[in-house]
Design a protein around this ligand. Structure first.
Ligand code: NAD
Length: 471
């Protein structure tokens, strides 16, 4: 029997006002119906979260943390079911889906173990100044379609541990795993503490403009992030914006090209390139450019591009039709302006399949180099001078991540320090975990997630400054 997905409002599983199709990107066909909420249901969810807030904020942190651990346990117990649903709605191969689910479990547990303690700022001459941290209230959590589960946990974990209530809104093309998680949460959390609404892009502006929402935690594109920031201004909401990126990989001249090409390939193609910090352009010394490009092309040709539910698939489809068309148009211009060594055109089969594509000989101003492709397509550029390549890597409005690859780690680290992004990995990629803060610079975001800094983003500093009363 088909699963009937429901919204979660005030602790109740609810139908929407209507439903919409959810498409499996590997087939291009509808495989489930998603309940669609309207503005009135959004009002109900926000009101429920507000009602729940005082008691939840007053609940001892140990109890709140225990419930977050219970959520992690419940998710782990049904990990296989979640991974399979994630592959159906998102497209990623099953092993990568399982990795996202288990990463989500880890994230919830990591936040459950974190605490914010009051900080004594002064204790002298009878004057006591203490910084306490109080929760903000209702948080709107808006997520994209590339990692629908873990990007929600990055928000839910810290929000709940610090005593906030949450209204979550997943992306329209990947809503089902969030709804299934809502079912788990319904039986674990007090009513109203966590609510899930789904839409077809109509509710975002209502959440971001809502006077009873204290903070928007948003992950998505830079274009939408700008709208979120503008809408939040009216009520001076707190915002965390995790936005797009155009991460450069800088390969230094002391590496083994074949070994590093393998790592760069993986960093560019995991999740079919749909990772905010995927390697989106690679800079390689001229002396090893041909060899490096050829190795990347070899790896691309070896990839198994298939439905993520099929055993052995290494690259699934692009998640949705709109993104597929965007990547196809970047491919068209790349074919005209550069040399395609592998891939280069969508597969002639149902679904949104683009094989891993390696393009060389492009100018720095080519759209595939300048824009965020968010697909399995990597431009490879050459350089001769380290100063020049640092300048080219930094010549972007984005500032999310990046990688530097070098046998001499100290030298690679010096280069990494000069890359103007929130994170730079040296000789590794995607080493993100809940205990390490993550944030973008420039137009890649504001505020951050993860780590203690990510926890504090869900709190307000509350200074108590006391002196003895003098007669
Ligand atoms: P998107 O901006 O199109 O959508 C993200 C979410 O915003 C969806 O839930 C959508 O329904 C909602 N939304 C749409 N219009 C809105 C509005 N006016 N107000 C509020 N919300 C609105 O992004 P996407 O295409 O789903 O995701 C891909 C993008 O996300 C890429 O740019 C990627 O780099 C970025 N991303 C960033 C990070 C990070 O941590 N920095 C992580 C993952 C993805």
């Amino acid at each position: 029997m088909k699963h009937e997905f429901k919204l979660l409002i005030d602790g109740q599983s609810r139908d929407g006002v209507t439903t919409f199709d959810v498409v499996n990107p590997a087939t291009g066909e509808t495989f489930a119906q998603c309940p669609k909420a309207d503005a009135a249901q959004l009002e109900e969810a926000v009101a429920a979260a507000r009602r729940a807030f005082p008691a939840w904020a007053a609940t001892p942190v140990e109890e709140r943390a225990a419930l977050v651990v219970a959520l992690a346990d419940a998710l782990e117990a049904r990990a296989a079911e979640f991974a399979s649903l994630l592959t159906s709605e998102q497209g990623k191969p099953l092993d990568q889906a399982m990795y996202e689910i288990m990463g989500s479990v880890f994230t919830l547990r990591a936040f459950a173990a974190m605490r914010v303690e009051p900080k004594v700022l002064r204790e002298e001459g009878g004057n006591s100044v203490v910084e306490h941290r109080t929760p903000l209230g209702v948080v709107g959590a808006i997520t994209p379609w590339n990692f629908p589960v873990i990007l929600l946990m990055n928000k839910l974990g810290p929000a709940l541990v610090t005593g906030n209530c949450v209204v979550a809104k997943p992306a329209p093309t990947t809503p089902l795993t969030t709804l299934l998680f809502g079912e788990l949460a319904r039986d674990i959390l007090p009513a109203g503490v966590f609510n899930v609404l789904c839409d077809q892009n109509e509710l975002g502006p209502l959440l971001t403009g809502h006077p009873d929402i204290a903070k928007i935690a948003f992950t998505g594109s830079t274009a939408t992030g700008k709208k979120v920031m503008a809408a939040a201004a009216d009520s001076v909401k707190r915002v965390t914006l995790e936005l797009g990126g155009n991460d450069a990989a800088i390969v230094l001249d002391d590496v083994n090209p074949q070994a590093v090409a393998r790592k760069v390939y993986q960093g560019a193609m995991a999740n079919a390139g749909q990772i905010c910090v995927a390697i989106k352009r690679a800079y390689v010394p001229s002396s090893m450019y041909d060899e490096f490009c050829d190795e990347l092309a070899k790896l691309a040709n070896e990839a198994v591009v298939d439905d993520g539910s099929k055993q052995g698939a290494t690259i699934g489809p692009v998640q949705n039709k709109m993104q597929f068309e965007k990547v196809v148009s970047l491919l068209d211009s790349a074919r005209a302006e550069g040399t395609v060594l592998a891939g280069g055109a969508p597969l002639d089969r149902p679904g949104y399949f683009i094989p891993p594509t390696i393009v060389r000989d492009l100018d720095d101003d080519a759209p595939l180099v300048r824009e965020e492709q968010f697909g399995p397509v990597l431009p490879v550029l050459q350089y001769d001078d380290i100063e020049d390549v640092i300048a080219r890597a930094n010549d972007s409005d984005y500032g999310l991540g990046g990688t530097v690859w070098g046998r001499d780690v100290a030298r690679a680290t010096e280069v990494a320090k000069r890359i103007d992004t929130g994170t730079v990995w040296v000789n590794q990629h995607l080493a993100i975990d809940a205990n390490i803060p993550f944030r973008g610079s420039k137009q890649s975001g504001i505020g951050g997630e993860l780590g203690e800094a990510g926890l504090l983003e869900y709190t307000q500093a509350h200074i108590i400054n006391a002196v003895p009363l003098e007669d």
